[in-house]
Ligand binder design. Structure first.
Ligand code: ADE
Length: 464
């Protein structure tokens, strides 16, 4: 991801960006940072960038012209302009106490972009006209006022960057920490066993994984209830629906897993509607229909896909702007599936295979497949160092994108790839599942061979 920062204090930003984990991400090329000094674009001979506020009032305001010219310089050098030859709008974030509160959900959403611009204000703010011209999002990091936008911009950059695959080094750690699943993280301890007369809790010293997990959950619940009753309410609601959805796990796995993995947010309860910001997706209880206008009014900005039961899907497909893409069955891993340790040559695919994956994955198109490779969620299987096929995880969490090259079929490679993905999900504490188009006979056969259980209700995918 390329991050541009427009600021009057470039040293401040450079320091923050080149320290610790962000610094390493820059060195590894996972992040590239471009810090632009707005003062360099001042037309004033003394480099002045501020002036008095029309209508009176204390303090000075940053003028429109230097900010606009600094932004234009970034836009002209933008990755989007260079790569695609088109002038796409880069998400440009103005950090301001008057913005929307910045949350983990926003971080997930911004982490999907290839390039971002952060605009840092100073003095009393920035002339509104340039903000209207260039800014796409306004965010605040909290209900307090800081002396400038540099610290908030660094806070947001940190929260976004750690979600980029490879930045944390440990892929799993980003999705099990605080704010996933609406619980604050439990207390943790390291050596020595006794410090200042205080001992590490006995259950952690004993190290029985089941007991440790139960203790951690209890502590996380206690802490959240005490410190963040608002979050605790959401957590209890989530737990309630998890229990409900478990009653028909095979048909509900897509909603269930989004709540368990903490990627879904409940936006309606009767019927249950879940929004997954990370995939611009909305899912509705598959046994329910609702009034179309009421449903449309629930959709957050930017929603791209909808998953509903077949009956409601038949109604929605006739709504203007919505088109049906496919009907699927869920396939859900259960304890009965034989867990196979795969010792084939399976590798995470890097950019050099993006074109191969794009060319061979037909269902959702070239661009979709290439994006998944870039997100670091497609694995390839190799035979004698030659790629023989691949598998991936869709944005909402289901295993899919399975492809085996004609020359390598009937050798069990598809089953190997599936087993590999099952193991990855299970190790990360997730229930593996996939969705199969209802007439994809080969894939259904594979699921049955693997012992994976299919749902008996048809789900319809629609796109806006
Ligand atoms: N600039 C000054 N205070 C801020 C805040 N709380 N959030 C974002 N930008 C700011």
């Amino acid at each position: 991801m390329k991050i541009n920062v427009l600021t009057l204090f470039p040293d401040f930003i450079e320091q923050g960006l080149h320290t610790s984990i962000l610094g390493r991400a820059c060195e590894k090329g996972l992040l590239s940072c471009n810090v632009v000094n707005i003062r360099d674009y001042s037309n004033d001979k003394n480099g002045r960038v501020d002036d008095y506020t029309y209508g009176g009032g204390a303090g000075m305001l940053m003028q429109a012209q230097p900010v606009y010219d600094a932004y234009k310089a970034v836009e002209n050098a933008s990755l989007k302009n260079n790569c695609e030859g088109e002038n796409h709008r880069i998400r440009t974030i103005y950090v301001t106490p008057q913005g929307k509160p910045f949350t983990q959900k926003d971080a997930l959403n911004l982490a999907k972009e290839d390039e971002l611009v952060f605009l840092c204000g100073h003095y009393e703010g920035i002339d509104e006209r340039v903000l209207e011209e260039i800014v796409t999002d306004r965010y605040s990091i909290g209900d307090y006022v800081l002396t400038g936008g540099e610290l908030p911009a660094l806070v947001m950059i940190d929260a976004v960057s750690r979600l980029i695959p490879g930045v944390l080094g440990n892929e799993v750690s980003a999705d099990i920490e605080s704010f996933y699943g609406d619980l604050l993280e439990y207390p943790q301890y390291t050596r020595p066993e006794v410090w200042n007369g205080m001992s590490v809790p006995g259950v952690l010293l004993k190290g029985n994984p089941k007991e440790v997990n139960a203790w951690r959950k209890e502590k996380a619940e206690e802490l959240t209830e005490k410190v963040r009753p608002d979050l605790f309410e959401k957590y209890k609601q989530r737990e309630h629906y998890i229990k409900e959805l478990l009653k028909d796990k095979r048909n509900n796995i897509q909603m269930l897993e989004s709540l368990r993995r903490g990627t879904g947010e409940i936006i309606n309860t009767d019927p249950l509607v879940i929004y997954m910001a990370c995939d611009d997706l909305v899912m509705v209880d598959i046994n329910r229909k609702m009034d179309v206008d009421e449903f449309l009014s629930l959709l957050p900005d930017g929603v791209h896909s909808i998953v509903v039961g077949q009956e409601f899907g038949d109604i929605l497909k006739d709504v203007e702007g919505i088109h049906k893409s496919c009907d699927v069955y869920n396939y859900v891993y259960t304890e009965n599936v034989h867990r196979k340790i795969v010792n084939k040559d399976i590798r995470l695919l890097t950019e050099e295979y993006a074109d191969y994956v794009g060319t061979h994955y037909e269902l959702a198109g070239y661009d979709y497949a290439v994006e998944k490779v870039r997100e670091g969620i497609v694995y390839g299987i190799f035979v004698d160092n030659e790629i023989a096929g691949f598998i991936g995880t869709h944005g909402e969490g289901s295993i899919g994108m399975l492809y085996i090259d004609e020359r390598f079929r009937r050798r069990g490679l598809a089953a190997d790839l599936e087993s590999f993905m099952f193991n990855r999900d299970l190790e990360a504490g997730r229930t593996p599942y996939g969705q199969v188009i209802i007439d994809n006979v080969n894939s259904i056969k594979l699921q049955e061979k693997m012992g994976v259980y299919g749902g008996d209700k048809i789900l319809t995918w629609l796109h806006l």
